[in-house]
Design a binder for this molecule. Structure first.
Ligand SMILES: O=P(O)(O)OP(=O)(O)OP(=O)(O)OC[C@H]1O[C@@H](n2cnc3c(O)ncnc32)[C@H](O)[C@@H]1O
Ligand SMILES: [Mg+2]
Length: 197
C-alpha cells in the first residue's frame, strides 16, 4: 500500500516523466511539477543524490505534496566519470543532439575496450519540503559508448549507449524493455521495495 495517495514528479524532462510514470503504474496518483511551476531549480549539488534531494524538496515546497525527483546522467570511464551530474548541461544547454555530438567528439580516439560507461539514477522521495529522512535509491546500468548514434526510442544519450546484454543500443530497445533494465528501473525497484508497493 502506498503511504500517500498523491505524488509530485519533480522533473521537467518529458522522457524521464514518461518512464517514471510507466514504472509507478497505478500505485499512486501522479502530478507533474509543471502544474505548479515552470521554473527549474538550479542543480547546485556535487552528486546525483544531492541534486535529487534538492529537486524533490523544491517540488514539495511549491506543491505542498510529497515529491519524487530523479537526478541521473552518464558517467564515462575514459572521461573520469564525466559528464556525470553535468550530463544535461554537457554542451552548455544546447540539448540532446549537441550533448551527443560533444561526447562522440571527446571519445573520437578512444578504442572500443576503453569506451565503458554507466548510466546512473538517484531517486529521492520526500514526504514534505523539510523532510529530515528522504528515501534515496540509486541504480546503475553498465554499457559502452558507440561510435555513432543508433535507434529512435528513449531520449538523451540513449542512441550512443550500447547495452551488452541486449546486443543493441538503449534507443533500439522498446520502452517496456528499457523500463525493466535501466538505471532508473533499478532505482525504482528499490524504491518500490522500500515503500512496500
Ligand atoms: O532535472 P530534470 O528536470 O529532472 O530534467 P533533466 O533533463 O535536467 O535531468 P537531469 O538534470 O537529471 O539530467 C539528466 C541528463 O542525463 C541524461 N539521461 C538521464 N537518464 C537517461 C536515460 O535513461 N537515457 C538517456 N539519457 C539519460 C539526460 O538526457 C540528461 O541529459
Ligand atoms: Mg536537470
Amino acid at each position: 500500500m502506498m503511504p500517500f495517495p498523491e505524488l509530485v514528479l519533480a522533473s521537467h524532462n518529458a522522457g524521464k516523466l514518461k518512464e517514471l510514470q510507466a514504472m509507478l503504474g497505478d500505485a499512486v496518483r501522479v502530478r507533474s511539477v509543471a502544474e505548479f511551476s515552470t521554473v527549474e531549480p538550479e542543480e547546485t549539488g556535487l552528486s546525483f543524490v544531492e541534486n535529487a534531494i534538492l529537486k524533490a524538496r523544491n517540488a514539495a515546497r511549491i506543491s505542498g505534496l510529497p515529491a519524487l525527483a530523479d537526478d541521473s546522467g552518464l558517467a564515462v570511464d575514459a572521461l573520469g566519470g564525466a559528464p556525470g551530474i553535468y550530463s544535461a548541461r554537457y554542451a552548455d544547454g544546447r540539448g540532446d543532439a549537441a550533448n551527443n555530438a560533444k561526447l562522440l567528439d571527446a571519445l573520437r580516439e578512444v578504442p572500443d575496450a576503453e569506451r565503458g560507461a554507466q548510466f546512473v539514477c538517484a531517486l529521492a522521495l520526500v514526504r514534505h519540503a523539510d523532510d529530515p529522512l528522504p528515501i534515496i535509491c540509486e541504480g546503475l546500468w553498465h554499457g559502452r559508448i558507440l561510435h555513432a548514434a543508433r535507434g529512435e526510442h528513449g531520449f538523451g544519450y540513449d542512441p550512443l549507449f550500447w547495452v551488452p546484454e541486449c546486443d543493441c543500443s538503449s534507443a533500439e530497445l522498446p520502452a517496456a524493455q528499457k523500463n525493466q533494465l535501466s538505471h532508473r528501473a533499478r532505482a525504482m525497484a528499490l524504491l518500490k521495495q522500500q515503500l512496500g508497493i
